[in-house]
Ligand binder design. Structure first.
Ligand code: HEM
Length: 557
């Protein structure tokens, strides 16, 4: 067969690159073998085609590879910016539309929630924050995206979990049927009965926290103490013990490992295919892997040694034998690690933020303390906690202003579904969307007036709210309170499994601390540092919160 003319050969190379683009788009494989085939083998074959126009095969390759890759990138670029792209109608920064790498790099400074907020300020309710991803700051999209008939999880978690972990933790399961199956033991682990069983432990650890704080002389870092508390208690609950951070400090460096891995993780969640690739190299994301390996080893110890009480592991492992299908050991090990990660950082953020806001707002501090003081000897009674209006309003108000997960949970339409209407926005198949929780909670259309200020009173009924000093909410016609737009625990079938435990822990710790101790900022501390030091790596990394703790008059100290 006669060789192709020079022009036809060049056209064949460009055509092949477009075909490779379309193949990638259709099949979306993370497999390195597929990438190798499409990005290396195809241009190698094309180099042979080009050989008649070159002095050697090496020379042909030197011409064909750059041409092939450049036309592939150009094809991708043109498509992403073209009016045919299914998200073309949505506004957003050019660099976000071109590549998700832009956001991945921007996320490294820990301020992506602020960036989303600025984008919504500039572009409106819907912003195209990636070539195939939308951020939707509109309460009408919450139900269709996250609610009971909402969409399955997106690729976000694919880049955070190494492929070698064939059995994924619950939070990373995208298939709805499989997720429902794996969620069942979690539902048992947080039933009313199971929660009752955790109470004694919550009291024990909360007492240890209050004792430790009372013993602190001079300035102490409240954020650190609360983090150690949540880590210790989640280890007790997930694995029947194994952590004594409040007593010994972070001697094994686990808290450091947990936090250290988050920066890598957030980058990879934006470009999951790269995460999959990099995770194969042992030195990549070493902290993340070390933490997960530790969690797995703790699970094995817990399984072999048992526990003196019914912990979360007990229910996940179905040690009561109530499930029709028993979870496998690998599933339980994977989910045990998840319990620590999901349950410690989030709860510690919520509580630390609340104490921060209380110290900034003396009126709210006094109102909460007065309510707590009415408890007297019932301070450990969880049934009373659940009905304390100021306590619960203050917890919600802190999570409204600074939700522990500042961004949102990504969702993607099922393959073959054709896409989904989310309120008045259409999300085509192959694309993802999320609701930016921080921006939604700080949207005056959802919470007004004084949207950015800490006022637990906004959670009260009108008759109670209207006369309270200062009279911020004195004018009912100006008042907006859309509780459907309050989603710190997300929503729907994949919402936070540990929500009730989190509330129980938070209420207990807050009541015990407020009853026994007075907290105030270190002299000269500038509260504006709190948010400046805070880093959003999906979970929130907190800076130092320097406080002076003094036992209250009549306390046990
Ligand atoms: C204030 C504290 C907490 C907050 C704000 C919080 C928030 C969240 C959020 C936003 C999600 C993602 C849900 C989604 O993808 O739609 C989540 C998932 C999850 N959380 Fe929490 N969480 C908290 C405490 C806890 C605790 C104490 C546990 C106990 C182990 C826990 C266990 C989980 C689990 C297992 C998931 C995965 C649920 C699933 O995929 O089905 N969380 N949490």
């Amino acid at each position: 067969m006669a060789p192709l003319s020079y022009t036809d050969t060049l056209l064949a190379i460009v055509g092949a690159s477009v075909a490779v683009h379309l193949t990638y788009k259709k099949f979306e494989s993370y497999e390195p073998i597929v990438a190798f085939g499409l990005l290396v083998l195809v241009p190698s074959a094309l180099s042979a085609l080009y050989l008649p126009h070159a002095v050697s095969l090496a020379w042909a390759a030197l011409t064909v590879f750059p041409l092939f890759w450049t036309s592939l990138l150009t094809s991708i670029l043109i498509y992403r910016l073209s009016p045919w792209h299914p998200l073309a109608q949505y506004p957003g920064p050019l660099l976000c539309k071109v590549s998700k790498f832009y956001l991945a790099f921007r996320s490294l400074n820990g301020k992506q929630y602020i960036y989303y907020d600025q984008l919504h300020e500039k572009y409106g309710n819907v912003v195209r924050i990636g070539p195939n991803e939308l951020s939707i700051c509109d309460a009408n999209a919450i139900q269709p995206l996250l609610g009971n008939t909402g969409l399955p999880k997106g690729q976000f978690w694919d880049g955070r979990i190494p492929e070698s972990e064939v059995v994924k933790p619950l939070i990373a399961i995208r298939d709805k049927t499989e997720h429902t199956r794996r969620r069942r033991p979690w539902t048992r682990a947080f039933s009313t009965n199971a929660l009752k069983g955790y109470e004694e432990l919550v009291v024990k650890r909360s007492t240890q926290l209050v004792d430790s704080l009372a013993a602190e002389k001079g300035v102490t870092n409240l954020a650190k103490w609360i983090s150690f508390f949540t880590y210790d208690i989640m280890s007790d609950l997930a694995f029947g013990g194994g952590s004594e951070m409040m007593a010994q400090g972070d001697v094994t460096g686990l808290w450091h490992l947990l936090e250290g891995g988050q920066k890598n993780a957030v980058f990879m969640s934006h470009v999951p295919w790269l995460g999959r690739l990099f995770f194969r190299y042992p030195k990549f994301a070493a902290e993340l892997k070390a933490f997960r390996a530790h969690a797995r080893s703790r699970a094995v110890v817990r399984k072999n040694e048992g526990s003196a009480y019914k912990d979360i592991f007990h229910h996940l492992m179905d040690e009561d034998g109530v499930a029709s299908e028993r979870p496998t050991a690998v599933e339980v090990t994977s989910d045990g690690g998840l319990a620590i990660i999901a349950g410690s950082d989030t709860t510690s953020s919520a509580m630390t933020h609340l104490f921060f806001f209380l110290m900034c707002n003396p009126t709210a501090y006094k109102r909460l303390q007065a309510e707590v003081d009415q408890l007297g000897n019932d301070v450990l009674d969880t049934t009373k906690h659940a009905h304390m209006p100021y306590l619960n309003a203050a917890i919600n108000e802190a999570m409204r202003l600074l939700p522990p997960i500042l961004g949102g949970s990504q969702r993607t339409p099922d393959k073959g579904s054709g896409g989904r209407m989310l309120g008045s926005y259409f999300l085509a198949e192959g694309n993802s969307a999320f609701i930016p929780t921080y921006s939604l909670h700080r949207d005056p259309r959802n919470f007004s007036p004084a949207t950015d200020a800490f006022y637990p009173e906004r959670w009260f009924s009108e008759e109670k709210r209207i006369n309270l000093e200062p009279k911020v909410f004195g004018n009912p016609s100006e008042f907006i309170h859309n509780s459907a737009a309050f989603i710190p625990f997300s929503l729907g079938p994949t919402n936070c499994a540990g929500k009730n435990l989190a509330y129980m822990e938070m209420r207990m710790v807050i009541c015990m601390i407020m009853q026994q101790l007075d907290l105030r900022f270190q002299d000269g501390y500038d509260p504006s540092n709190w948010q400046v030091d805070m880093l959003d790596y999906f979970v929130t990394l907190k800076g130092v919160l320097p406080v002076i703790v003094t036992p209250r008059k009549g306390s046990r100290y």
